[in-house]
Design a protein around this ligand. Structure first.
Ligand code: 3PG
Length: 395
């Protein structure tokens, strides 16, 4: 691995362009969860404390190449100021003469936050002209945005062609080390928990990890596709019709490889996802034909907890049900408690799962919570990620 990290670079007096993942949930100008900002603090502080002039940049949401006021990074500048206890200047744009002169006025140890990169379509198009404009602001480029390393975007990939010194930050280092080490040499039993709505988004992970795990626990609406494929009723619940064959293939592949493959044995069903009172708990062979599955039931939780009791490594992505509604949150909250109680290594990733863990206030009981959503999944799929490739990880 020939990737360099920020502590191997002389940054004193240099303009350091830092790509962070400040894509945080914001409601009416208020940040709802600042974990991604906090996750970047080690790198930010290191740069400022070592005499770098930090130009921080990020995307927020999907403004599709246009300026959208609600997607301004101004709330992030305010939060950073509070967290760092020092002034954070905010630019009105991320490229252009005005930004360049703000950058050139920066003194050692000062920080300037650029406006949302995706206000320019050149960002998501990985446009070389946009990359060159960004590169004009930097002597050193540091990527600490693990959440976007699966995106072939200008500030993640293209820019690396135009800045002489490129490196990774401490968050990228931690993510890559944790995910690579534990996946390469997991302690057994190794349990994968895959939840969420769709089998299609987890196919790559399931196929890649089938060779390494001992047990797989399935939850969320993706379990419906597996049960439907086996010929069991799922009422009027959602499932992926075109993935029934693939679902059976995965079950058979698990059997061939001796991987224990668990599906929910009971469900909490409702008429509507916003129901305040559920239809009830139903065993998987005998569901309410008009009802919809919105959560796993207590028997599933007991079974999954039993499996997790022995686990030495756990990787978890995706909730067990529609946990945003308290009526259907017990399965997800239950599995979160069981994962937190595991004595071995626990690795959790994905926006919903991260949110769930924080809702249960169990974040301190998990060995490692990845800041990646899509990037976490693609890493688990064994793919080479463009943002890490651009830093030289696979050379
Ligand atoms: C995320 O939220 O997973 C990252 O910030 C990437 O965002 P994106 O899916 O909009 O590229």
């Amino acid at each position: 691995m020939s990737i360099k990290f920020i502590d191997q670079i002389d940054i004193k007096g240099k303009r350091v362009l830092g790509r962070f993942d400040f894509n945080v949930p914001i409601k009416e100008g208020e940040i709802q969860d600042d974990s991604r900002i906090k996750a970047a603090l080690d790198t930010i502080k290191y740069i400022l404390d070592n005499g770098g002039k930090l130009i921080a940049c990020s995307h927020l949401g999907k403004p599709k190449g246009k300026r959208v006021d609600e997607l301004s990074l101004k709330p992030v500048a305010r939060r950073l100021k509070e967290l760092l206890g020092k002034d954070v200047k905010m630019a009105n744009d991320c490229i252009g003469d005005q930004v360049l002169s703000m950058v050139n006025e920066l003194k050692e140890g000062e920080i300037l936050l650029l406006e949302n990169l995706r206000f320019h379509k050149g960002e998501t198009e990985n446009d070389p002209e946009f990359s060159k404009e960004l590169a004009k602001l930097a002597d050193v480029y540091v990527n600490d945005a693990f959440g976007v390393v699966h995106r072939k975007h200008a500030s993640v990939v293209g820019i690396c062609d135009y800045v002489d010194i490129v490196c990774g930050g401490f968050l990228i280092k931690k993510e890559v080390e944790y995910l690579s080490n534990y996946l390469a040499k997991p302690e057994h039993p190794f349990v994968l928990i895959a939840g969420g709505a769709k089998v299609s988004t987890k196919l790559g992970v399931l196929n890649n990890l089938l060779d390494r795990v001992d047990m797989i626990l399935i939850g969320g609406a993706m379990a419906n596709t597996f049960r439907k494929a086996q010929g069991y009723p799922i009422g009027s619940s959602i499932y992926e019709k075109d993935l029934l064959d693939e679902a059976l293939k995965i079950i058979n592949k698990a059997k061939e490889k001796g991987v224990a493959f668990y599906l929910p044995v009971d469900y909490v069903m409702g008429k509507d996802i916003n129901d305040q009172v559920p239809l009830g708990v139903f065993p998987y062979q005998n569901v309410d034909p008009d009802g919809k599955i919105f959560d796993t039931g207590p028997a599933t939780h007991a079974l999954y907890s039993e499996v997790l009791r022995e686990a030495k490594t756990v990787v978890w992505n995706g909730p067990m049900g529609a946990f945003e509604n308290p009526t259907f949150s017990q399965g997800s909250f239950g599995i979160a408690q069981s994962v937190a109680a595991v004595s071995g290594t626990t690795i959790v990733g994905g926006g919903d799962t991260d949110n769930l863990i924080h809702k249960c206030k169990l974040q301190d009981k998990i060995t490692f919570i990845s800041t990646g959503g899509g990037s976490f999944l693609e890493f688990l799929e064994g793919k080479q990620l463009p943002g890490l490739k651009a830093l030289g990880l696979y050379d």
